[in-house]
Ligand binder design. Structure first.
Ligand SMILES: [Zn+2]
Length: 225
């Protein structure tokens, strides 16, 4: 840590979530308090509080006497998660079509532009993160704060599942399916937008496989220092 501003618990938790969403921290990896404390330049107590928060969101597994690990959801949990998203996201679309005005549509298009730019420069980390954030943004503009909260929890978990079960060459969300959804929302075609969203979620789920995953060497100081 070169900065004298020590990060707070929220910032620490957010940066760990980002690293998970960007597939830099793979499922199952140990989150050693002392390594993180040294990388962030904070006390172990602060790290423990951040990890406890992440455990509540299901992203981190706390094991007595063994410490904290990035969660590694099972195949069944992966299937359950997609089932929940198929329930929630049609409602997100319905609300968005009803409530979204020009400002909201502009925000969605702005996000699509960021995704396209990330694809153009083949920035896989950014693509995965932005793909997840697209669904969180949709939930936010839909105006249902409960769904928005649930999606903020489910999207990082989805990234984790994709990290665990996807082949490294496959992006989180297939290209241009997001733009088609936004086009249908802009045209106020609720049925079509819902159909596209369900097709999209099925598509992402189908890309999952049960292959193994490797655990890379992680330079904690470089990642968070
Ligand atoms: Zn998507």
């Amino acid at each position: 840590m070169e900065s004298t501003n020590k990060p707070g618990i929220n910032e620490i938790a957010d940066r760990i979530v980002n690293a998970i969403m960007e597939h830099r921290l793979p499922p199952g990896i140990k989150l050693a308090e002392e390594k993180l404390a040294s990388a962030f330049g904070v006390s172990r107590t602060k790290i423990r509080q951040a990890l406890t928060r992440l455990a509540k969101d299901g992203l981190v597994r706390l094991t007595p006497n063994r410490g904290a690990f990035v969660a590694s959801p099972t195949v069944q949990e992966a299937l359950d998660l997609f089932a929940v998203r198929r329930l929630l996201e049609p409602e997100v679309i319905r609300n968005t079509v009803e409530r979204a005005g020009k400002a909201e549509i502009d925000r969605l298009n702005q996000h699509l532009k960021l995704e396209a730019e990330a694809r153009a420069r083949q920035d896989r980390r950014a693509i995965i993160k932005l793909s997840g954030e697209f669904h969180m943004l949709l939930a936010e503009v839909s105006g249902n704060s409960f769904i928005s909260k649930m999606m903020a929890e489910l999207c990082p978990l989805t990234c984790l599942i994709i990290a665990l079960y996807d082949s490294p060459q496959t992006p989180a969300c297939p290209e241009d399916e997001h733009s088609k959804i936004v086009e249908a929302i802009t045209a106020k075609d609720s049925d079509k937008a819902i159909e596209l969203m369900l097709h999209h979620l099925n598509h992402v789920e189908k890309e999952l496989n049960l292959g193994g995953h490797s655990k890379p060497d992680i330079d904690w100081d470089q990642m968070f220092g």
